[in-house]
Design a protein around this ligand. Structure first.
Ligand code: SAM
Length: 262
């Protein structure tokens, strides 16, 4: 997913939501306006399901034009059907509350400006090439999601120790369950907020977050990490502190890994 997946500093936390609602409202107005005109003018009645589908596709397209990230597209596609179902079938409000709570367990940190998206295979391979050659190093993924990078890198480098910290309940629980099944002795994950984690013991600190936490994280890394250790950010830069090295990943989204040597 592109770097535009999160609000840019200064654009406001609620702006993406406002843009998404505007895209839906505009798409609904166009689709149902044209449908009403066809009905009135030519007596053509289009099936509701088709109108809802076109509204969803239109809203997804408009959302992209308004600068929304790709992950809004499925939300745009589903929303018209959810609203229609609620209105036509009179769904009880607890259904929406349950759906909201379920999503919250995954996207806990999105409100704080860090959504959930995952490091892809090609990026994990490039990341592996940045790991220290000396055995026994400690690596941590700040906001470890479903544990993909940890498990992949731990298999490539059984001589390293791979740790994750995650504060969204569901990704943490799924990583924990994955480790229970896959039994990787050199991987562990803990539940918690990386903002209160001491970065001092780590040789490599990896993160794939958003522009929001990067300046504070960089300052902490400079204070806490030992000389020669690495801070690696997937995609997101630190304003006024260019990385010492960048690695371009040959993937579809043209990922850049930014490396600061402390
Ligand atoms: C973009 S995802 C990256 C997941 C994983 N590192 C990967 O690359 O596949 C960011 C993750 O950071 C988590 N996160 C955000 N803020 C956090 C915080 N303050 N403490 C711990 N985890 C956090 C989110 O819940 C999410 O799972």
């Amino acid at each position: 997913m592109a770097a535009s997946t999160t609000p840019r500093p200064g654009t406001g936390r609620w702006r993406p939501l406002a843009m998404a609602l505007a895209a839906q409202a505009l798409a609904a107005a166009i689709v149902f306006g044209v449908a009403a005109a066809l009905d009135a003018g030519a007596g053509v009645r289009l099936p509701l399901i088709a109108l809802l589908a076109v509204q969803g596709v239109g809203a997804a397209h408009l959302g992209r034009r308004f600068g929304l990230a790709n992950w809004w597209a499925p939300i745009h596609l589903v929303l018209p059907f959810a609203i229609a179902a609620a209105l036509l079938w009179r769904l009880p409000p607890w259904v929406f509350l349950a759906a909201f709570v379920f999503l919250l367990l995954f996207y806990w940190n999105s409100v704080a400006g860090v959504p959930l998206y995952l490091t892809n295979r090609e990026t994990r391979a490039t990341l592996a090439g940045l790991l220290p050659e000396t055995p026994g190093f400690r690596f941590i993924d700040l906001g470890s999601g479903f544990g993909g990078p940890l498990i992949d890198l731990a298999a490539r480098r059984p001589d390293g120790r791979f740790e994750g910290i995650e504060s969204a309940p569901m990704p943490y629980a799924l990583t924990w369950a994955r480790l229970l099944v896959q039994r990787r002795p050199n991987v562990s994950v803990r539940y918690g907020d990386f903002r209160s984690l001491d970065l001092g013991p780590y040789d490599v600190v990896y993160c794939f977050l958003s522009p929001v936490p990067m300046p504070a994280l960089y300052e902490r890394a400079k204070r806490e990490m030992r000389p020669g250790t690495l801070l690696i950010s997937n995609t997101f830069a630190v304003p006024d502190h260019p990385a010492d090295e960048t690695r371009e990943v040959p993937d579809r989204r043209r990922t850049t890994l930014r490396v600061w040597r402390m």
